[in-house]
Design a protein around this ligand. Structure first.
Ligand code: SF4
Length: 711
């Protein structure tokens, strides 16, 4: 392959288009690992509709990690204290097939679990759903989207009737008030934020930006109003804004009466949130709360943007729905420049949701608890009626507790690093040690999770396989291969399909390429809200496409959802919700007086499997740190760069101190990217807890109570 290839950045959910040129055109370009391997040249794709040629440092340097620390061959060991030995693919397949059959025979199919990732392409996800849910009859497929966006999913479904962000990136250019809550978009979704910031700067007298975050992040730095609320008071704030909007008459009564339901329940809750009470609970000035409500009320187009700061919470679904309440009461939805818009964390968490890649979902935004949904999928897959379980499978965290109890007999992990990213990491690691058999399918080696695996399967990665991904604005892009996989690595979907064939389901996995997988999958989206029947690999080779995109439409016309103000609920009305604030699952007390929060840095991605190998990014972020407010630092006699120890009820970690007013007093911040491979006791998740939201089952990774001391 010698021509420039169009593809997609495989990091965050912004989904920037890339163009990759072969190294031969670059003369002396040398990979920085010193191996002398040539670097593929990467630049932004000016014709990609979502990014118009822009990329951040992660996208720009992605090619530098493509050859480093790769898992090249299948490797097997009988127990975790033995070294791995190289095996053939045939031996690897026979091993996993034998193990699955044995676990199904002795413990039942519900003892088999697969834990996947928003890094998987849609085709990978689809084949895995068909094997687990359709062939084996267990819903035990969950992905790391459970840690990322599942509260947004639950919130959209409960309030609007279906998942799927209603907005598009063009709304960033059209809004007159951006309400950013629980998102450091400047670092975590930089290309989206750059676009918004440009619009804000150009129209500074009319366009407002509100940022709600306990940290003064680079996002908050450029806002007109920064509300540094106490962690866990988001619903107080949102209900407090609603209170003032109602009091001041910023209320679209016609929209509410014609297009929504359940307003009376919401109206009963709101009087409990007067400004004086809310300001005190949130730790902000009444005037600032009033300014926020005034910006909301006087703006014609309010665009809410949120991410993990909202979703990773024991009341994440309630927070999402409380954001949506504000849009419903002001009629700010289904129109250009406004609406609730979740910023997806991972490159294909959206595609994973569409294809049913969570333990409560089926392809085409169907739900395992819905009998008609199950019957439709069973019929399409040609499996016996009743094969798909009517119950939720195990969530990510329930797979860990299932290892503890012995109810999980086989764990198959794909493209994620749970030995760093799950909450309460020492408990997670202890559970992984107890796993009877763990298959770890990944592009990279070593990783922290590889230490807990019995069988390693080498996966082809970005640039080595062709498949699709959907970004935050519902744009589907074809990510084309531009080089063969390293060693004996294979695309994830091919590996899973071959296991399916060897388990006796050959007729269910006839695919010879990923285009065929996609063509089968999109038929399951027909007449669903995420209809993609008009999309194929061949069409995507011409240009990315946004869903809904039925094959009956002459033109793609899907910028925004709900433009007819009919929602995806049975009666077409959006639902108000009525929530009181419950606060944090683990509030601070005299023994653990600080709230620890965590997040991403601009250059790094997740657990550094890729970015930790890129010199430029390592130089930007060489080590973790802990942000401490000067007042708290003075009380504990902590100076800048002092090594401090943080302890929670579950574990401890040590970080150099960064004394800064960017963090609120009483709150601490650490980045979440460092796992055991990078040094002792720098794991943020040694401190976090696994308490989950009751609807989305998303853990409250964003806040736990800790104590702090000098080492
Ligand atoms: Fe990649 Fe996200 Fe950066 Fe775009 S903003 S280049 S998708 S990491």
């Amino acid at each position: 392959m010698t021509d420039t290839t169009k593809t997609l950045c495989p990091y965050c959910g912004v989904g920037c288009g890339l163009e990759v040129s072969p190294p031969a055109q670059l003369g002396k370009a040398i990979n920085r690992d010193g191996q002398g391997d040539p670097i593929w040249k990467v630049k932004g794709d000016r014709n990609h509709p979502s990014s118009q040629g822009m990329v951040c440092v992660k996208g720009a340097t992605i090619a530098e990690a493509i050859d480093k620390n790769r898992l090249r061959y299948p490797m097997l060991r009988d127990s975790l204290d033995e070294p791995f030995r190289r095996v053939s693919w045939d031996e690897a397949y026979e091993c996993i097939v034998h193990r699955i059959q044995s676990v199904c025979a002795t413990q039942g199919a519900d003892a088999v679990c697969m834990y996947g990732s928003g890094q998987m392409q849609t085709e990978d996800y689809y084949v895995a759903q068909k094997l687990l849910k359709g062939c084996l009859g267990t819903n035990n497929f969950d992905s790391n989207s459970r840690l990322c966006m599942s509260s947004a999913v639950a919130g959209y479904v409960q309030s609007l009737g279906a998942d799927g962000p209603p907005c598009c990136y063009e709304d960033l250019d059209l809004t007159d008030c951006a309400f950013i809550i629980g998102s450091n978009a400047a670092e975590c979704h930089p290309i989206v934020f750059n676009r918004l910031q440009k619009h804000h700067k150009k129209n500074h007298n009319v366009v407002k930006m509100i940022v709600v975050d306990p940290r003064r992040t680079p996002t908050a730095e450029v806002a007109d109003l920064h509300l540094a609320i106490h962690p866990g008071t988001d619903i107080d704030l949102l209900n407090g804004i609603a209170h003032l909007l109602l009091r001041w008459g910023y209320f679209e009564s016609e929209f509410v009466s014609e297009c929504t339901a359940n307003f009376p329940a919401f109206a009963e809750v709101i009087p409990h949130y007067p400004p004086e009470v809310v300001a005190k609970r949130c730790g902000i000035a009444v005037e600032d709360l009033e300014t926020a409500a005034r910006y909301w009320g006087t703006s014609k187009r309010v665009l809410s943007l949120w991410s993990m700061g909202v979703n990773q919470s024991t009341e994440g679904t309630a927070k999402v729905r409380s954001i949506i309440n504000l849009h419903l009461m002001t009629g700010q939805i289904g129109k250009p420049g406004c609406g609730p818009f979740s910023l997806t964390g991972q490159p294909n968490a959206m595609g994973g949701r569409e294809v049913g890649g969570l333990c409560n979902l089926l392809p085409g935004y169907r739900h395992v608890q819905n009998a008609q949904d199950r019957a439709e999928v069973e019929q399409f897959w040609g499996v016996p009626a009743g094969r798909i379980s009517p119950h939720w499978g195990r969530t990510a965290w329930e797979m860990i507790t299932g290892l503890e109890t012995g109810d999980v007999g086989l764990l198959w992990i794909v493209a994620t690093n749970p030995a760093v990213s799950l909450p309460d990491i020492k408990r997670t690691q202890a559970a992984l040690l107890r796993s009877p058999f763990t298959v770890y399918q990944d592009a990279y080696y070593p990783t922290e999770t590889a230490a807990y695996a019995h069988l390693l399967l080498p996966a082809a990665q970005w640039g080595e396989k062709t498949g699709t991904m959907t970004n935050s604005e519902r744009v589907v892009t074809l990510c084309k291969a531009f080089r063969p996989p390293v060693g004996e690595a294979k695309p994830d979907w091919e590996i899973v399909a071959e296991v399916g064939r060897r388990l006796g389901f050959a007729d269910k996995f006839p695919f010879t390429n990923s285009a065929e997988v996609f063509a089968e999958y999109v038929q399951l989206t027909r007449d669903r809200s995420c209809d993609m029947t008009g999309i194929s690999h061949a069409k995507l080779a011409q240009s990315p496409l946004q869903w809904p995109c039925p094959d009956t439409w002459a033109n793609n016309n899907s910028k925004r959802l709900y433009t007819d103000l009919r929602f995806a609920t049975p009666d077409g009305r959006a639902r108000f919700s009525a929530y009181h604030s419950k606060g944090l699952a683990e509030p601070p007390n005299s023994e653990y007086p600080f709230v620890l929060t965590n997040g991403r840095l601009y250059g790094h991605w997740h657990t550094q499997t890729r970015t930790g190998r890129i010199e430029k990014i390592q130089q930007m972020h060489p080590q973790p740190f802990i942000e401490i407010h000067p007042r708290d630092a003075a009380k504990l006699e902590i100076q800048e760069h002092d090594l401090v120890e943080v302890r929670s009820r579950r574990g401890k970690a040590q970080f150099p101190a960064k004394v800064t007013k960017a963090i609120s007093p009483g709150t601490l911040f650490v980045p979440m990217h460092w796992g055991a491979l990078w040094g002792d006791e720098t794991e943020a998740n040694a401190l976090t807890h696994p308490e989950c939201d009751p609807d989305s089952h998303q853990p409250e990774l964003k806040a736990c109570a800790v104590q702090l001391s000098l080492v």
